[in-house]
Design a protein around this ligand. Structure first.
Ligand SMILES: *[C@@H]1O[C@H](CO)[C@@H](O)[C@H](O)[C@H]1NC(C)=O
Ligand SMILES: *[C@@H]1O[C@H](CO)[C@@H](O)[C@H](O)[C@H]1NC(C)=O
Ligand SMILES: *[C@@H]1O[C@H](CO)[C@@H](O)[C@H](O)[C@H]1NC(C)=O
Length: 399
């Protein structure tokens, strides 16, 4: 009892110090309890969840819905591993999370969306919100219900006031950035005709490319996701009518069909894609890519050459999805993954720039039709404003 009290006090103290240190906003979780009745649940059967910070002032009727990322699970084994983590169960999620970058509530850090209703939807289905298998195997108790989760959360937000939105944005990073493309038109369809609706995909433009050993690793991986989660019926019919469901999980094949304005933010050398599409462990049994993948500065000339070829493939795949003026594009030549949620990428004095423009400014100008923005950076290492990711498995980063 005394111990529990003491530890609670300690937690509060640590949390207080954290608040002081970051001077940031922490937002409480909301569970969508009534979603359980319709089977709209996380992998383990727990209710889906989101964090909502209310809009204020001129933003009171504007909504930004940001979908959390966190990879996928592609088979029963990997889904079982995920089930008891925050990415598979709302029981395991932190109840308070920081809102920064595109979710920041201060104008100086988030000039165009700071006073909107800002929502972060927690990711716990492992399928970018596309799965829907009715049956639950009692031996695993795995629920493949991402598409139901999507609908249940959207219905709850509509009821909380989003149905009166003047402006609405669907955004997301990584698996959430892929989901924001996949669900972009269905998001718009949920809102009244008069609402200005646009979507933002951050680090969600995963390309269908061969790995360094010549194997199409990502295509079989995506194919397993779609099969395991029963996603086919929730992908874009305009794509699945001509291509296999696995291909319709890739933006290059389905983004051309999206009608709603879409802004794509992606590093041409996206670090997740370099690590998992170009040089996955299976394709590099001797680990010759490990050092390069952990820090782009360590890449050998032959590896940089492969990465430059990957960038060209990325650009070709990207341009397949059209250059209509409603499309926004911020394709930097950084070694990074997700540039909207972290303040230092989104909008600080030293954040990455293209044409002297930071991401927050490019996206805000595009959303409000002030200036269209479609910029592709020169090849690495030409952009001195990049914040290249360094992955260090030996040492945890300092607080
Ligand atoms: C499941 O997927 C993981 C990750 O891709 C892989 O390592 C594993 O071999 C797969 N397991 C089965 C049973 O297919
Ligand atoms: C890995 O190293 C072994 C021994 O040096 C070599 O024979 C083999 O070709 C290497 N494999 C690859 C994929 O580089
Ligand atoms: C770069 O941004 C400026 C505004 O800062 C704009 O006038 C100019 O047209 C842009 N250049 C290109 C190539 O888009």
């Amino acid at each position: 009892m005394v111990n529990a009290r003491f530890s609670q006090g300690l937690n509060l103290l640590v949390f207080g110090l954290l608040l002081l240190k970051t001077d940031g906003l922490f937002v409480e979780i909301t569970y969508v309890e009534n979603a359980v009745a319709t089977g709209a649940v996380c992998l383990d059967g727990s209710p889906p969840a989101y964090h909502w910070d209310r809009g204020f002032g001129s933003g009171i009727n504007s909504w930004l819905v940001h979908l959390e990322g966190g990879g996928w699970c592609n088979n029963v084994t990997s889904c079982l591993n995920r089930k008891d983590t925050r990415l598979g169960s709302s029981d395991k999620m932190a109840k308070l999370i920081p809102f920064s970058g595109i979710l920041n509530n201060r104008r100086q850090y988030n000039p165009d969306f700071y006073n909107w209703n800002r929502v972060k939807v927690r990711y716990c289905d492992g399928s970018s919100y596309t799965g829907d298998v009715a049956a639950v195997n009692p031996a695993t108790n795995l629920h493949f219900r991402g598409a139901r989760v999507w609908l249940a959360v959207m219905e709850e937000l509509l009821a909380k006031g989003m149905r009166n939105a003047e402006n609405a944005v669907l955004s997301g990073c990584s698996a959430g950035g892929l989901a924001s493309i996949l669900h972009c038109d269905s998001f718009q369809a949920l809102l009244p005709l008069g609402t200005k609706v646009k979507c933002i995909s951050d680090a969600g433009y995963f390309i269908n490319a061969k790995d360094v050993s010549g194997v199409n690793h990502i295509q079989s991986y995506f194919s397993q996701i779609v099969t395991t989660h029963g996603s086919a019926k929730n992908l874009l019919p305009s794509c699945t009518s001509t291509l296999s469901p696995a291909l319709c999980f890739f933006p290059q094949y389905m983004a051309p069909q999206i009608q709603t304005p879409l802004f794509i933010i992606n590093a041409a050398y996206d670090s997740w894609q370099i690590k998992n599409i170009l040089a996955p462990a299976d394709a590099d049994p001797n680990g010759t890519w490990e050092s390069c993948k952990s820090n782009i500065k360590n890449c050998l000339p032959t590896q940089l050459k492969a990465m430059q070829a990957f960038r060209l493939q990325f650009l070709i795949s990207l341009l397949r999805s059209g250059k209509s003026s409603s499309r926004g594009m911020f394709i930097d030549s950084c070694y990074a993954h997700c540039q909207t949620e972290m303040q230092e990428f989104w909008y600080m004095t030293d954040s990455p720039e293209l044409n002297k423009t930071r991401i927050a400014k490019a996206v805000g100008d595009w959303f409000f039709d002030r200036i269209p923005f479609q910029k592709i950076d020169c090849p690495y290492p030409c952009n001195p404003t990049c914040r290249n990711q360094i992955y260090d498995s030996e040492h945890t980063p300092q607080l």
